[in-house]
Design a protein around this ligand. Structure first.
Ligand code: BTN
Length: 263
């Protein structure tokens, strides 16, 4: 079956009146939707532009990893944000996006229960289904953010190297998922949750606690260039991962670079 392409007009119409998604573009192929929007951001384009690609030739993940998706069946998109809140709140965007992705998946198919592998990844049964890349840039017209999301929606196969660690919504649910509807649900959630950058953020953290893949498990963390093993017990009010060490002391970790889950 030939996959149905995303339709920019339908998506924009479904988001009418919402700040993020007033301008939606769908490209058959781009090197990277995030790189494309970084260039537009530098050129002064406004808050709320959303760009999808049916295929990316240089999709990027965190830590210089590549992000590979299957043409026309997954979701690869980015949005340009000029948040009207103090920059101290901008790092909250990753938590906002993680909860938005979970809620959109749950609304799309209530049989699905995604978990957040703090802070950037969405998992099912120990396998990654979505990743978030939130980046901040400065330009002559002020700072801005590009939020990139890659979500494995209807892929049926993964290359051998990642078959044990990656999955798609279709593989988890056993059925094809409505990709465009999911994109719309996700952008609606992001519109709704970005109203709480500053106030009401505690509710976002509550939502992430309920969906945490790490809380209750042991993790290895690097703290002040020292490796420690601790039990993940909570997210604090800023969304940082709280761990308890063998001596009973508590540490709050702010960066994913510091953390690895132990099997
Ligand atoms: C990660 O898991 O490391 C983050 C992956 C983010 C991938 C998305 S796909 C759309 C956007 N464009 C990119 O080049 N990367 C992000």
């Amino acid at each position: 079956m030939v996959p149905t392409p995303l339709n920019s007009r339908r998506i924009a119409a479904a988001l009418a009146g919402q700040p993020i998604g007033h301008d939606v573009q769908v490209f058959p192929t781009l090197p990277s939707t995030s790189d494309h929007l970084r260039e537009l951001g530098m050129a002064g384009y406004p808050h709320g532009m959303v760009v999808f690609a049916e295929q990316q030739t240089q999709g990027r993940g965190r830590r210089d990893h590549r992000w590979e998706s299957e043409e026309g069946v997954d979701l690869m998109f980015s949005m340009l944000l000029r948040p009207q809140v103090g920059m101290e709140f901008w790092p909250r965007l990753t938590s906002i996006a993680a909860l938005a992705i979970c809620r959109a998946i749950e609304a799309c198919d209530p049989s699905l229960s995604p978990l957040v592998k703090w802070p950037n990844d969405i998992y099912f049964d120990g396998r990654k289904t979505a990743g978030i890349l939130a980046e901040t840039f400065s330009s002559s017209q002020g700072p801005f953010m590009v939020l990139g999301i890659g979500l494995n929606v209807n892929r049926s196969f993964f290359p051998d190297e990642i078959a044990d660690i990656a999955t798609s919504l279709k593989l988890v649910s056993g059925r094809e998922q409505p990709r465009e509807q999911l994109a719309i649900l996700l952008l609606r959630e992001i519109n709704q949750l970005t109203a709480h950058w500053e106030h009401g953020y505690a509710r976002i953290i509550d939502g992430l606690r309920e969906r945490s893949a790490l809380i209750g498990g042991d993790i290895r963390a690097s703290v002040d260039q020292r490796e420690v093993i601790g039990r993940a017990v909570d997210l604090n009010e800023e969304g940082h991962l709280v761990i308890v060490l063998a001596d009973g002391s508590r540490l709050a970790l702010s960066s994913a670079e510091q953390v690895r889950a132990l099997a």
